[in-house]
Design a protein around this ligand. Structure first.
Ligand code: XBP
Ligand code: MG
Length: 248
């Protein structure tokens, strides 16, 4: 039986990446770097989960000998850039730069009324989640979620399943009793590796990803009801090849 939903944040609850991108570029300018990411480059860089990891990956791309040049200072620079980026993103979100994707809030309310528990599994920083959900849901936003996994709880980023395994553990449920919601290939890989069936709602940044491992791919959640999800979840459990499919 379906008992919990585990939501990714960036791209899934809200289309946040344009705001993240602007915040990264703000940090680069603030620190006097000549780096500037455009949408095309950022689409590629999104293959690296986590803002710090993404900046370090880019730095190594543009300056392959970066380690020899700056020694321990590299991580300090990344940390400083990320602090500036996070403050800029938080500011933008507090100012209403992003809103929840269609259907998200309605589905969460419907699920909670039906006794389905909600959790979050994201690679982003805790302050970013708070800014988004405080603005979108209200000051009591935390009460909507039984557990929250983020960059502070799961240092190993998606596609590694760490954050999903933490949430399954916190919910004290088998993965077969949960559904994950994701927007990216890395997210889908992480959720699938944790044994979760996954609903995909892609964004313009992730539309081209391979989602063949998903239970369902839909443009957004606006036309998706709890009844749909229960039916899809059930079908998925009965699908041939699933080790935890019910017998008979
Ligand atoms: C989202 C991300 C995040 C944000 C940046 O991935 O990759 O890193 O882009 O946030 P997912 P931070 O939706 O799969 O969790 O800078 O706070 O890391
Ligand atoms: Mg995402």
């Amino acid at each position: 039986m379906l008992q919990a939903f585990i939501f990714d944040v960036d791209g899934t609850l809200a289309d946040t990446e344009q705001a993240h991108l602007a915040a990264f570029n703000h940090a680069f300018a603030q620190e006097g770097l000549d780096w500037h990411w455009d949408s095309e480059l950022y689409t590629e860089l999104l293959n690296i989960s986590g803002g710090k990891e993404r900046m370090l990956h880019y730095w190594k791309q543009v300056q392959p000998d970066v380690k020899d040049i700056d020694g321990g200072g590299v991580q300090d620079t990344i940390n400083r850039l990320h602090e500036i980026k996070t403050a800029a993103y938080e500011n933008a979100v507090n100012g209403g730069a992003v809103e929840l994707r269609p259907g998200v809030l309605r589905l969460m309310d419907e699920a909670r009324r039906a006794g389905i528990r909600l959790a979050i599994a994201t690679t982003t920083s805790p302050v970013n989640i708070a800014a988004l959900l405080r603005t979108a849901i209200g000051t009591d936003w935390r009460e909507h979620f039984v557990a929250i996994g983020d960059a502070s709880t799961a240092p190993i980023k998606k596609p590694h399943p760490q954050v999903y395994l933490q949430m399954i553990d916190a919910l004290k449920l088998p993965p077969s009793a949960c559904l994950a919601f994701e927007d990216s290939h890395n997210g889908l890989t992480a959720a699938t590796a944790a044994g979760l069936q996954t609903i995909i709602t892609p964004t313009d940044f992730t539309r081209h990803h391979d989602f063949s491992a998903a239970l369902r791919q839909v443009p957004d959640l606006s036309q998706v009801s709890l009844a749909h999800l229960r039916a899809w979840h059930d079908e998925g459990l009965r699908a041939p090849g699933r080790t935890n499919a019910p017998r008979g």
